[in-house]
Design a protein around this ligand. Structure first.
Ligand SMILES: [Zn+2]
Length: 139
């Protein structure tokens, strides 16, 4: 991607933003993904995680990587809290003021075996904490 003139880059960064229709599992930091994968005994090879974060001609293995989050990496409400809080921290650093994001509770309940109420509670706590710390609002 061609680089932008400095003034334009600063302007775009400073512009307040709204993020809509964000899929939480698509926002996971690479270090967090690798961390959760290690904790689970590395069900995904490192190359697959790296591939997920590499923008190529077309996405490779994206669904498989995302399903791994439900199947073996997200294991407790605190994991959902971490994903949501880190996402909102990252979004706030780009001057996103409001985010509308979602996650797939079916996979969480069925595959991660986290009850819906506990999962939702963890995400709502992350939203409240992120708002208090970074001023970002989310729903
Ligand atoms: Zn969607």
């Amino acid at each position: 991607m061609p680089s932008l003139p400095h003034g334009l880059q600063d302007f775009l960064h400073a512009m307040p933003k709204v993020e809509l229709h964000c899929h939480l599992y698509g926002t996971v930091r690479k270090e967090t993904f690798a961390d959760l994968n290690r904790r689970a005994g590395s069900p995904l090879p490192d190359e697959e995680i790296t591939g997920f974060y590499t923008r190529g001609e077309k996405p490779v293995g994206v669904l498989r990587v995302l399903r791994a989050l439900d199947a073996s990496l997200v294991r407790a409400p605190k994991d959902l809290y971490r994903l949501a809080f880190e996402y909102l921290q990252d979004a706030a650093s780009h001057n996103v003021r409001h985010s509308e994001f979602s996650w797939n509770p079916t996979g969480t309940v069925r595959d991660s075996r986290i009850p819906y109420a506990a999962a939702q509670d963890a995400i709502v706590r992350a939203i409240r904490d992120a708002q208090a710390q970074f001023g970002i609002r989310a729903a």
